[in-house]
Write a protein that binds this ligand. Sequence first.
Ligand code: KIV
Length: 319
Amino acid sequence: MSFTSFSRGSDPAPGSVPLTKVTVPALSEMKRQGKPISALTAYDYATARLVDECGIDLLLVGDSLAMVVLGQENTLAVTVDEMLHHTRAVRRAVRRALVVADMPFGSYHGPIQDGLANAVRFVKEAGAEAVKVEGPRFELVRELTHAQIPVIGHLGLTPQSVHRMGGYRVQARTADGVRELRDDALALARAGAGAVVLEGIPREAAATITSELPVPTIGIGAGPDCDGQILVFHDLVNLTFAPPAKFVRRYGDAAAAMRTAIEHYREDVEHRAFPSDEESYHLPAPARRILRAGAAEEEDADAVVNRDALPDWGETGQS
Ligand code: KIV
């Protein structure tokens, strides 16, 4: 790894978007202006930095990291400490986008005060600018809002309810179901939610809710009529090792690009084609001459060959 080329605070990437920080109130303003909100998940410094530099408005450190980063079967096992760890990494990378931390299963399902204490950790210890909670948790949303913690709601197919739902199934498939979901969304907004993620519901349901809700809806598997869209980063770039869901559009094939690079590297190592002489550090010429002169002069060489003559680790300059 090059320690010098990827540090925080270096110049923004060429062509990057202007740095007007995205906030929760700014999302509502975007809804008012009819400006679509772009959102993606991110879980680490490198991808968060790319996503932010590409001008995505909202980065969610989703509990989907349990599956796409940690290889778990569902989202239920990921812990607050693991989510904090990844949220910190993302926060360090981001300059413009709104950073939202997903509260994991079990961290807000007991007493409200426990949920509040866990949400405070995401803000205080990881720099989250909002938290997301699944389900119609109106009282919790009210308390978090009262504690000055912006909240994003999440309704419809809520993955933390996988066992109750009996699998990942499209929700709100009847008129009554749509009305119930709309009422929950309105109640979340009244409780203070700054936006609501709508996942895995019919397009018509999302359109109805979006038109009635005073705050933005952000859809995933909810059709094109939401105020914004979110996808899991790994789905977007084909890093999920599974056939994509109907609503996923793959915009790139990082798996293919990475496989090509890795295989090329392995072959080069096996054929001693990497590293080259140009990719190697060299002793200064006097030290090289002394070394070449042979074993008899080894003591002299020790006096000349010292670490100060070598470039620092990570510097690209050759001596
Ligand atoms: O965890 C996650 O990635 C999410 C999005 C799918 C909304 O909650």
